[in-house]
Design a protein around this ligand. Structure first.
Ligand SMILES: NC(=O)C1=CN([C@@H]2O[C@H](COP(=O)(O)OP(=O)(O)OC[C@H]3O[C@@H](n4cnc5c(N)ncnc54)[C@H](OP(=O)(O)O)[C@@H]3O)[C@@H](O)[C@H]2O)[C@H](O)CC1
Ligand code: K
Length: 550
């Protein structure tokens, strides 16, 4: 999979960190110094004039990073107020604590201690990082609640800077861990203005509450690349499930490893049918069928068909029931129309080998989708099943079998719950232990059960393939994408890419990326009809006007 930055689970991060230390080439103390320096550097970039900072240091290495940050900021002229625990941390954090003590005192990390802290411009949360395994309770939970109350985006509030992650957030799922007793002990979610994470993003930075909790996310290089890449080369190890990647072209993230989306997209498109036929005829760019529903419900399928055309399918044929043909008489004229009344007609249609992809579901009606579904599945060609086709699929006798890995399912949360009620129930459970069951866990399981690529739509869209590849696409910066018909456009765009011969997982990933990018480019006020119209500009901006040339 070409798109995006690799995401590491907390277990993978720990394995890489310890491989680095075992090698003897880098010590834990050096890594901690680099981590602290990265955060202090980001702070000084944003607040060039030394100010006042409160640093909250927890029991482990995240706390150790906090002591480094305090020391480096103090050396840069900041006024520091440091709170810490009276515990015996690991040797690296203990050493950093000692070094801080030579500079300044440590007040007890308690709710009262925090309330009585001198006013500050920023609060630095170094309480828990990737080592969080259970919900914060007692005094630490009270400190976090107080921290949540006293920091925020509003004027007059100190900005919260999170070290690696906001404390209490499970970094494998983006869930806040809850104690199992009482509403009044529920976590007060933190809202950091800046989070500086180390080496790689973790799933929790991107899933569920992650984006709102983290604020601006910076990924700092702390010199672990060699061990990360070695691990990627030796994927036999149990710590290394197939790659999980983040696609975040314009998400507010800075990451030195961020890939060039334009070149990734170019390569993916170049792998399609058009490769080697830059001046090919229309059939060399594929022929997509988009099934439409009964009269009065044609808009969704037309949106999908338009997106498939704009996505570059050579031909797109819209197939409403014959009685609904009149409804589709308007533009675009490039769209072909052909009546389709029943499964027999569909079976005949699909004998044409030039048809390279099919979209079933948008505006189709559940009964019509259920009638056509067996033909689509028997045909076993590249297809997108969306909307009503997913409802029909959940009721099909063979479900969850019968699909192949060139099929993409595009459920929203409700459709996902109908298809995989047990996984949905697990996702809905109050997370009380880390690592909590995540959307990537659920999607990998869903894809492996049904044998198709599954794409769960949302501000944190997750896509998984049956072989375990998965990616998270962050679009929490484009809330205006949540409007009627945008899902139909996405289904159509994937169909267009499938028609062009792009493999299912890549077609889904590329479509989701361009879909959000189109919304970002258009801005608020967007309606679904605007999305396909943005694609030509996007293709040009990303250098995709050269598609077909590798
Ligand atoms: N990634 C890297 O290469 C580097 C990361 N660094 C920083 O280290 C932290 C991870 O440090 P770690 O010590 O493993 O964990 P934490 O600091 O997050 O947590 C400390 C310990 O707290 C205990 N724990 C867990 N949950 C709770 C809870 N709810 N209440 C109380 N205590 C809790 C847990 O220990 P237990 O033995 O009690 O289970 C944690 O171990 C990472 O985030 C980075 O900030 C390095 O500094 C640089 C290299
Ligand atoms: K933290």
């Amino acid at each position: 999979m070409l798109f995006g930055t690799e995401i590491l689970t907390t277990a993978q991060m720990r394995a890489i960190e310890s491989a680095a230390m075992v090698s003897g080439k880098v010590s834990g103390l050096t890594l901690m110094e680099r981590a602290g320096a990265a955060v202090a550097g980001e702070i000084r970039l944003r607040w060039p004039k030394p100010g006042r900072a409160t640093v909250l240091c927890g029991p482990g290495n995240n706390g150790g990073d906090g002591y480094v940050i305090a020391r480096l900021l103090a050396q840069a002229g900041w006024q520091l107020h440091v709170l810490g625990l009276d515990n015996a941390p690991g040797p690296d954090a203990a050493e950093m604590k000692r070094r801080w003590r030579r500079i300044g005192p440590i007040a007890p990390l308690t709710e009262a201690g925090l309330r009585q802290s001198p006013a500050s411009d920023i609060c630095i949360d170094a309480i828990f990082g990737t080592g969080l395994t259970r919900p914060p309770e007692g005094q630490i939970a009270a400190v976090l609640r107080q921290l949540g109350r006293m920091t925020g985006d509003g004027e007059g509030y100190p900005c919260l800077v999170a070290v690696d992650c906001p404390s209490g957030l499970c970094m494998d799922s983006g869930e806040w861990l809850h104690p199992d007793h009482g509403e009044d002990t529920a976590p007060v979610p933190l809202h950091a203005g800046l989070t500086v994470a180390f080496d790689s993003p973790k799933p929790g930075h991107l899933l569920q509450w992650g984006p709102t909790a983290c604020g601006k996310l910076m990924i700092a290089d702390i010199g672990l690349r060699h061990w990360r890449e070695r691990r990627a080369d030796t994927r036999a190890d149990a710590m290394c499930p197939p790659a999980l990647r983040a696609i975040w072209p314009e998400f507010p993230v800075r990451d030195s490893r961020m890939v060039d989306v334009g070149s990734c997209a170019r390569i993916a498109l170049g792998k399609g049918i058009s490769a080697g036929h830059p001046a090919g005829h229309k059939y060399s760019h594929g022929h997509a069928l988009v099934v439409a529903g009964p009269a009065g419900h044609g808009g969704a399928a037309r949106l999908a068909a338009r997106a498939a055309l704009r996505g570059g399918a050579g031909l797109v044929t819209l197939c409403p029931p014959a009685a609904a043909m009149a409804e589709h008489a308007g533009p675009p004229d490039a769209l072909m129309r052909r009546g389709l009344d029943n499964a027999t007609q569909m079976r005949a249609m699909l004998t044409d080998p030039r048809i390279t992809a099919l979209c079933l579901g948008p505006g189709c009606g559940v009964n019509r989708a259920a009638g056509l579904l067996p033909v689509v599945l028997d045909h076993a060609g590249p297809c997108v099943l969306d909307a009503d086709a997913l409802t029909a699929l959940a009721q099909a006798p063979h479900w969850p079998g019968g699909l192949s890995d060139n099929c993409v399912l595009t459920p929203h949360a409700g459709e996902f719950a109908r298809l995989f009620p047990d996984l949905d129930a697990r996702l809905a459970e109050t997370p009380m232990r880390g690592p909590a069951f995540s959307r990537t866990d659920a999607l990998r399981e869903a894809a492996s059960r049904c044998g198709a690529v599954v794409l769960l739509k949302g501000p944190d869209t997750v896509i998984a393939a049956p072989d375990g590849q998965a990616c998270i696409h962050s679009a929490s910066d484009v809330p205006w994408l949540a409007t009627a018909g945008t899902g139909d456009v996405l289904a159509g765009l994937i169909t267009g890419f499938l028609a062009r011969g792009i493999a299912a997982f890549e077609a889904a990933a590329l479509a989701v990326l361009l879909h959000a990018r189109a919304a970002r480019r258009f801005g608020p006020g967007l309606i679904a009809d605007d999305l396909p119209e943005q694609l030509p500009f996007l293709f040009r901006e990303l250098g995709l006007d050269e598609w077909g040339r590798k």
